[in-house]
Design a protein around this ligand. Structure first.
Ligand code: NCD
Ligand code: ZN
Length: 350
């Protein structure tokens, strides 16, 4: 059995930089025509000039013959000036601004301390039509890790949606029933991305027979009733929900550590894993809307013209991916390492 669909886009990915960028980009470029590239480099991408330089590095790292298009984002800070938002809009290659609460996740030290400080920037984004991408977790240490998304919606997101009614907002990598219910009930300006790993796993995966650092990401995996709500949202056909892998590579030694990094690497099976999830729900025919149509419609972009074919046929995932050839003396442990993925992509020669 096979399924042909419009070539998908990834609306949330971490491509990193330098050696890691060269190691991971081919996986994303093979599957996706475009991707919204997260700006949380060690020194975050805060200006259009930095986004242009990063975009050039990504284009230079593309495999030969690839037409992959990186859609760049800026990293919002307490001090992002209105002029930078206007410059972003005029650039033609910056497509969104990303909000990380300070300290919420990998490389978020420069993040926003209080979103009220950014009201001028948000007003400018609303006025010129630049979407706000939200890492929706509070960082208050008094809030339980598993409740941080729901509390974020109550304390922060609701105010932003009410105050900026024309601002496009994406609640990135939504992980809870509370999150999908909020997005579903919100105005059409509010959407959400969903990762494959949050569709396929619940939090038990982090503790299967011991502590599993390769199942640790942020927002952290949640309990089964939340996973079920995410699956229902993804497969509902609602244009508010679309694909964002949040593939976030970290070298093995930085994950298998006393304080391991958050992030799962899924780009090697970036569309195939979603096909598994949609097949499990019995609605494979809805994958194209979720993966290839809803995202471009929200961002005001045309859908891709090319098509890809997914074949319902499993393949073995390696135990680890070599990084030495890219110049990193370590390996990358991919999602489902040592196991199998249930769909494969027909070779397109790219
Ligand atoms: C991401 C990363 O490593 O950059 N990690 C993750 O667990 N998803 C950051 C993020 O998106 O929170
Ligand atoms: Zn992310």
């Amino acid at each position: 059995m096979s399924l042909t669909l419009i070539r998908p886009d990834d609306w949330h990915v971490h491509l990193r930089d330098e050696a890691m960028l060269r190691a991971v980009l081919p996986d994303t470029a093979r599957r996706f025509a475009r991707a919204i590239v997260m700006p949380n480099l060690k020194s975050p991408v805060r200006t259009v000039a930095e986004a242009r330089a990063y975009r050039d590095r990504i284009l230079a790292a593309r495999p030969a013959g690839s037409a992959f298009e990186p859609l760049m984002t800026l990293y919002l800070t307490d001090n992002t000036p209105v002029t930078e938002i206007e410059r972003a809009r005029a650039s033609g290659f910056v497509h969104a601004v990303k909000y990380y609460p300070a300290g919420a996740t990998t490389h978020s030290d420069f993040g926003v301390t209080s979103l009220e400080r950014c009201d001028d920037a948000l007003a400018a984004m609303e006025a010129v039509g630049v979407p706000l991408l939200v890492h929706g977790e509070v960082t208050d240490p008094a809030v339980d890790v598993f409740d941080r998304e729901a509390v974020f919606i109550d304390r922060i997101l609701q105010r932003v949606v009410a105050r900026f009614p024309r601002l496009k907002i994406v609640l990135e990598h939504v992980t809870t029933r509370d999150g999908v219910e909020f997005v579903a009930a919100a105005p059409a300006t509010v959407a959400a991305t969903l990762t494959a790993h949050h569709l396929l796993l619940n939090r038990n995966a982090m503790f299967q027979g011991g502590i599993r650092p390769h199942a640790y990401c942020l927002p952290v995996l949640k309990r089964e009733r939340h996973r079920e709500a995410l699956m229902a949202a993804a497969t509902s056909g609602s244009p508010k929900f679309f694909l964002g892998t949040d593939s976030a590579p970290h070298a093995r030694r930085t994950k298998e550590a006393a304080c391991g990094c958050a992030g799962l690497y899924t780009a090697h099976a970036g569309i195939e894993l979603y096909a598994e999830a949609f097949k499990a729900a019995g609605v494979l025919e809805r994958l194209e809307g979720f993966a290839s149509l809803h995202g471009p419609a929200f961002y005001g972009l045309a859908a891709n013209r090319e098509r890809i074919t997914l074949i319902d046929d499993s393949w073995p995932v390696p135990d680890e991916i070599d990084l030495a050839s890219a110049g990193i003396a370590d390996t990358l442990v991919p999602f489902r390492a040592g196991g199998r993925v249930g769909f494969r992509i027909a070779d397109t020669g790219v």
